[in-house]
Design a protein around this ligand. Structure first.
Ligand SMILES: *Cc1c(COP(=O)(O)O)cnc(C)c1O
Length: 492
């Protein structure tokens, strides 16, 4: 099976190993396989497998140039997640919740970022690359820690994480600034996630060529890296398998998935699952009040010129959703000229509009709702009171969209809500929703939340309180490039 990886913006083409190593194409486009729409994948066999084997099959199909995928999967996941099947599906009220937060840092990013270091290390060895791989990562809060955890002390790699100063929860910040490891660096940026992401993309553009031949190569742990996206396809299959096992669906029945969305990586993985044959009904893009994607999916107009809101779901406070570019590429018939034009327009005027055929393609698979701050709070309380199930603010945004979908009568398929973080990562917002005082620091709030609900606290979070803060740098967004250059100098 041939899977070439092409830039969404031009003629640049490579194989899956090089695509993973490079992270982003030299022309600024994202590596996407045009063959994904014609892929022959035995999905019916796949959904009979246990999760690790399922992951092996799916990753082999999407990244076929890697050898020994089974070993890589085992190294990535075995014993690292709390439950043996990694991402359990539980029934809550009328819906199903896919718990993606049972990994080492209590966010869904763990699923992909446990795997990515394995893929990068293997790609390095298997392509005979002797360069050290320097991972640059912009984070809205959760990618940073999951990437640090995945890459710390991994031979042949170094990682620098940029997060928005004051833009992440206290617990998220503590997770990152206390990170141990010889090859890690964490830096706050005055600005929001979009500023961090722009700075990192600029660093790729300006530095990648400059350092050729110096024994270092830049790569990315953001979902612009296809090696980050591919592992996320797996849990769409595992959820389907679990519904089948529970007797809630028959083989071939459609299932809707509701996805709390920021950079559009998670939900795009769901679309890949659909292209691979999985009977996916609607993919519902759930957004908070930074609802640029909701507007786009409804109207075909993308406009980032709008106020940026800091919300209780900070990992979704994003106005430029990188992975949308991959969907646009497929939706417009793989026309790289069109994609380039839209992306050019986005970067110069902050907006673009797609043609009606492209929009139709998108609307056939994607629906959307957004959720206000008050509604987010309300959903957390309501879900706790009715079901005694505690959701975090990101999951609450999706829970809201699932409710709206049901009320709209637009679909009668079973609904799977993707739960992307442990409520203990956002104790302040969750306590507020339960109507409890939120005094003291984040760790005190974690204890309060535990005493009210009795839900076990993930050990990785309670352990943070006694850890030493190691990273205190704060810079401006336009200093990201020089910061990276300086770090490259120091890391001999
Ligand atoms: C990253 C993140 C999201 C958004 O996922 P994307 O792939 O960026 O759309 C949602 N919820 C949580 C908790 C996250 O960390």
């Amino acid at each position: 099976m041939i899977m070439t990886y092409k830039s969404t913006r031009g003629n640049f083409s490579t194989d899956s190993r090089h695509a993973v190593l490079q992270g982003i194409a030299p022309d600024g486009g994202l590596f996407t396989s045009p063959e994904i729409t014609d892929i022959h994948f035995d999905w019916k066999r796949c959904i009979t497998l246990p999760t690790e084997q399922m992951a092996t099959e799916i990753l082999k199909a999407l990244l076929p140039d890697f050898s020994e995928m089974e070993k890589l999967v085992e190294k990535a996941y075995h014993g690292k997640f709390e439950p043996e099947d990694l991402t359990p599906l539980v029934q809550v009220g009328e819906n199903w919740i896919l718990e993606l937060f049972r990994g080492p840092t209590s966010a869904f990013k763990d699923v992909a970022l446990s795997m990515l270091p394995q893929l990068i290390t293997a790609a390095r060895k298997q392509t005979g690359c002797s360069d050290r791989i320097v991972i640059l990562t912009a984070t809205s809060g959760d990618t940073g820690k999951a990437a640090l955890e995945g890459f710390h002390n991994v031979e042949g790699t170094q990682i620098i994480v940029f997060y928005p100063y004051g833009g992440v929860s206290e617990i998220q910040k503590a997770q990152m600034t206390t990170q141990e490891g010889e090859n890690v660096k964490v830096c706050a940026v005055r600005g929001n996630f979009d500023d961090c992401q722009r700075g990192v993309k600029q660093a790729f553009g300006e530095i990648s060529k400059k350092i050729q031949g110096t024994g270092k190569t830049l790569s990315s742990a953001n979902s612009i890296n296809i090696g980050r996206l591919a592992p996320q396809v797996v849990y769409y299959f595992s959820a389907y398998r679990d519904l089948l096992k529970a007797g809630r669906i028959g083989m071939g029945d459609k299932v809707d998935y509701v996805v709390p969305t920021g950079n559009f990586g998670d939900i795009l993985a769901g679309f890949y699952a659909k292209l691979m044959g999985l009977p996916v009904g609607m993919l519902i893009c759930a957004a908070n009040v930074n609802n640029v994607l909701t507007e786009f999916i409804r109207t075909g107009k993308y406009n980032r010129n709008r106020p940026f809101y800091k919300t209780d779901s900070p990992s979704m406070d994003i106005l430029v959703s990188s992975n949308l570019e991959r969907l646009l590429y497929l939706a417009c018939g793989k026309n790289t000229e069109k994609v380039s034009k839209w992306m050019q327009s986005l970067s110069t005027s902050g907006e673009f509009e797609v043609d009606s055929e492209t929009l139709c393609y998108i609307q056939r698979s994607f629906g959307t709702w957004y959720c206000t701050q008050e509604e987010t709070t309300e959903e957390i309380r309501d879900c706790w009171e009715k079901n005694h199930y505690l959701i975090d603010p990101h999951t609450a945004v999706a829970w809201h969209a699932a409710r709206r979908l049901r009320e709209s009568g637009k679909s009668s398929n079973p609904t799977v809500v993707l739960s992307t973080a442990s409520p203990y990562k956002f104790p302040q917002a969750v306590l507020k929703a339960l109507g409890t005082q939120t005094d003291g620091n984040g760790f005190k709030m974690i204890r309060t939340l535990h005493s009210i609900t009795g839900i076990p606290v993930p050990s990785n979070l309670s352990a943070l309180e006694n850890k030493q803060e190691k990273f205190t740098d704060v810079i401006n967004a336009d200093e990201i490039v020089s910061y990276v250059l300086k770090e490259l100098e120091q890391w001999k």
